[in-house]
Each structure stands twice: as C-alpha cells, then as structure tokens.
Ligand binder design. Structure first.
Ligand code: GLU
Length: 314
C-alpha cells in the first residue's frame, strides 16, 4: 500500500490563529492515523504579504505544539523548494501545457467591470466570469495590451465535475455555469493559486488534502486542472470553519486567538487538548499531545457544520 501524504499549505500573512491550527491538527491526525506523513508547503505566492519571517514563526509554532511536518518548509526534502515563491519555473511548465492545449487567453477586464451588477455571482460571492475576453481578435488584444498587461484565464468546459469529499460527502459544480473561466496567471506575471496548488500537490506526491470548507468550491476546477494536466489528484477533506464564541469568523487580526497569545497563556498540551475538544475529538478539554489523539481519531467525530468555540474555552 502506498504511503499517505498529507500537507499543510498555509499562506503565512500573520501569526497562526486557532482556525489555522485546527486545520493543521486535523491534517496531521488524518495522515498519522493512516501511518502517513505530512509535508509543509508555504503558499507565499503573494511574497509581500507573506514574508519568510512569518513562515519561520509558523514552523516554530508547529514545533511547539508537537505538529512539525515530516518534510518541507525550511527543513527541505526531495521536492524542494517548498516555498511557492521559489517554484515559478515549475508552474511555468504546466502553464505552457495549458497554453499548448489552446486553453488560455488574455483577459483585460478590470475588477469593477467584473463586479458590475449584471455579472452572475456564485453562492460564495465570487463573480462567475462571463467570458468577456474569450473571443478577442489579435488586433483587439494588441490594442488592449498597449494600455495594460492582461491576466490569463483558462477556458473551462460546460461540464459537471463532481467528487466525494472525505468529510462533507458529494459535491458537484458545472464549471461553465457555476465557476466560469478562471485566472491561472496574474497581470503581474505571477501564477495564480488554482494552478500552483494543483501542480504542487501533484509533484509533492500529496495523497490527501485537508483544508477549510471555504475552499470546497475551488475543488471542481482544481480536479479539472489535474485532468487536463494529466496529474494524479489527491483525496479531499474539507473542514467546517471554526468561529469565535460570538459567531464571528476568526482572523489573523484576532490577537487573543493567535499563537502569540496562546503561547503566553497555555502549555502546548492545553492548546491541543482544548482544540481537540472543540473539534469533537475528545469528551473533555483535558491536556493532550497530538500523538495522544491518533488512536481515537475518526473523521466522523468532526462536525460537518461551522464549529462555534465554546465560551471561555480559550
Ligand atoms: N494557502 C491556503 C490558505 O492558507 C490554503 C490552500 C489549500 O489548502 O489548498 O488558506
């Protein structure tokens, strides 16, 4: 049987908060409970927002909690580099493949044009791209390029892509109707998350992706990219969001839920024990190490809808 490979794929634009930590804990437990390993890939495509100092702190926080990755980050490994900001040459190869398949085209639409009232919106608030720039003539492209550089979109088929999420069950989307042609390369030349994440997970041999349910709707387009790029897709497990006791979404700006403050107030075992309890893995918030939780881990214990942190737990 091949080894299970899970991953952490944080975008360290600040200190980790409990929501990020919940995702890391479950990714670690899911892989370790199957005898697998975990890879750390730092998603710093937006290098200005994700300086290396935050990535280093994140690794230190993971080590403090007993959740260090087996491969990746500053530790390196056979698939180095593990920082997306250093992997552009790989993304370029796969971007070229999309181009050779005739699937990419330049898009000159501005943000405000995209958000015009007439544009259809997805349930998550994103705009379904209406295909405005799909059929521009070479002359139109030349004229528009003289004004500003385009972003590059990939043309999706009118097809339903469905999959069974390991935690949330069946999910399906019609790519053309529900998603629309999406950006694979930004106007500044950088590669977009949707392409980078697919290339990285495939090349790093990741067999299971554990991440927040806010990315559930990205999965059909990623599965389609795996298919057209002839890459092997992993299994997916999407997690409900962890919310503050008053129902607010946790954010990196929420100081007291960040690792910086948690480390002042609790031992690593206290943080892990309380978080495991909030995620339904244990009956009490007693202190635990991640290793203590491996035997009793089961996805069925984790709620499928948003998790409200109990008042006073942290
Ligand atoms: N880098 C993304 C984030 O921190 C996660 C991407 C993924 O797991 O696919 O939200």
């Amino acid at each position: 049987m091949s080894t299970v490979v899970g991953r952490y794929a944080p975008s360290p634009s600040g200190r980790m908060h409990l929501g990020n930590l919940c995702c890391c804990l479950l990714a670690w437990l899911s892989a370790k409970s199957k005898g697998g390993k975990v890879v750390l890939r730092v998603e710093d495509l937006d290098a200005m927002r994700c300086p290396r100092s935050f990535a280093d702190l994140l690794e230190e926080d993971l080590a403090w909690l007993g959740l260090s990755a087996d491969e990746g980050g500053s530790r390196g490994g056979p698939h180095a580099p593990y920082y997306q900001s250093e992997r552009s040459a790989l993304y370029q190869q796969y971007y070229d493949k999309l181009e050779a398949l005739g699937l990419t085209y330049p898009c000159f639409c501005t943000r405000s044009q995209l958000h015009a009232a007439s544009a259809p919106h997805r349930s998550d608030g994103q705009v379904v791209y209406p295909g405005t720039c799909r059929s521009l003539t070479p002359e139109e492209i030349a004229a528009k390029s003289a004004i500003r550089p385009p972003a590059w979109r990939v043309q999706v088929p009118d097809r339903v892509v469905s999959f069974t999420d390991g935690h949330l069950g069946r999910y399906a989307e019609n790519l053309a109707a529900d998603c629309g042609d999406f950006i694979v390369r930004r106007a500044d030349g950088g590669f977009a998350y949707q392409l980078a994440v697919v290339v990285d997970d495939a090349l790093m041999g990741v067999t299971e992706v554990v991440r927040g349910a806010d990315l559930l709707s990205s999965t059909p387009r990623q599965l389609w990219l795996y298919e057209v790029l002839d890459l092997k897709a992993p299994e997916f497990y999407h997690l409900p969001l962890l919310l503050a006791p008053d129902g607010r979404r946790l954010s990196k700006r929420d100081g007291d839920q960040s690792l910086e403050h948690l480390r002042d107030r609790y031992t690593p075992e206290e943080v892990v024990g309380r978080l495991a309890y909030a995620c339904g893995l244990t009956d009490t918030p007693a202190p635990r190490t991640p290793a203590d939780l491996i035997d009793g881990f089961a996805w069925e214990k984790v709620p499928k809808t948003d998790i409200l942190l109990p008042e006073g737990l942290f």
